[in-house]
Design a protein around this ligand. Structure first.
Ligand SMILES: Nc1ncnc2c1ncn2[C@@H]1O[C@H](COP(=O)(O)OP(=O)(O)OP(=O)(O)O)[C@@H](O)[C@H]1O
Ligand SMILES: Nc1nc2c(c(=O)[nH]1)N[C@H]1C(S)=C(S)[C@@H](COP(=O)(O)O)O[C@H]1N2
Length: 208
């Protein structure tokens, strides 16, 4: 994988995001990848300040997935990496293993919450082995989260489930991402409440 230069924030609060779509068929051209554009457009609707994104499309190969994660965090300096695909039980589904291989801490709450959310949409939610981890290097840390590969699962897991009036039924996992990014030393990010209401303890909310 080619060595890339570090991303430079255009503002101290700009989030640097790595997006990784893991798909044998999208990589080989059987279908067009919908994972990367889906992730990018969800972030565009959710964040009050546009994020700077670096994107990678990789096949379901553990070394290539781990290498993409390491490059995005260690070389490009991403604060957050979202993967999509390869979390199921099939022989070639290895995204969770490739993610755990580069982790310094596991964050089991994200996977638990995603499976709870997804069960409201599909009974096969329990087939997703998605994990979230922190990768820490000297002077930098990033949150890495696996999402399922179905393009519609991106919005479902990040945003959660709302009723017809927009009331939250099950909170999406992105509600906890801004505070997690604070805690690992990343930028202060804010979300549009109509898409996803981020939660921070009162003491962590920055005054305007
Ligand atoms: N990156 C993607 N882009 C577009 N559609 C996708 C993508 N990943 C998954 N899908 C869709 O979701 C369905 C289920 O996803 P799943 O991850 O099980 O695919 P898969 O069997 O692992 O194959 P592959 O890894 O080649 O995408 C696929 O059949 C496809 O229709
Ligand atoms: N929100 C949501 N989660 C979901 C799904 C979905 O459609 N929506 N599909 C499930 C299915 S069918 C599978 S096999 C697993 C793993 O999918 P992956 O291998 O594409 O990551 O995610 C599950 N989680």
């Amino acid at each position: 994988m080619s060595s890339q230069t570090r991303l430079v924030r255009s503002h101290p609060d700009e989030l640097l995001v790595g997006l990784v779509s893991v798909s044998d068929r999208a990589t080989s051209g059987v279908y067009q990848d919908e994972g990367l554009p889906g992730l990018r457009s969800w972030l565009d609707t959710a964040l009050t300040r546009s994020a700077q994104c670096a994107m990678r499309l990789v096949p379901d190969e553990p070394q290539q997935i781990s290498a993409a994660l390491v490059e995005l965090v260690d070389e490009l300096g991403c604060d957050l990496v979202l993967t999509t695909g390869g979390t199921g039980p099939a022989r070639r589904d290895v995204t969770p293993e490739a993610t755990l291989a580069v982790a310094t801490k596991e964050m089991p709450g994200f996977g638990e919450q995603m499976r709870q959310i997804s069960l409201k949409f599909v009974p096969t939610a329990i087939l997703s082995r998605q994990v979230a981890v922190i990768r820490e290097t000297a002077g930098h840390a990033a949150l890495i989260i696996n999402l399922p590969g179905q393009p519609k699962a991106i919005r479902e897991t990040l945003e959660g489930l709302k009723d017809a009036d927009g009331r939250v039924q099950v909170p999406g996992i992105f509600a906890a991402v801004p505070y997690c990014i604070d805690l690992i030393g990343g930028p202060y990010i804010e979300t549009h409440e109509s898409v996803i209401k981020a939660f921070r303890p009162k003491s962590a909310i920055r005054s305007a």
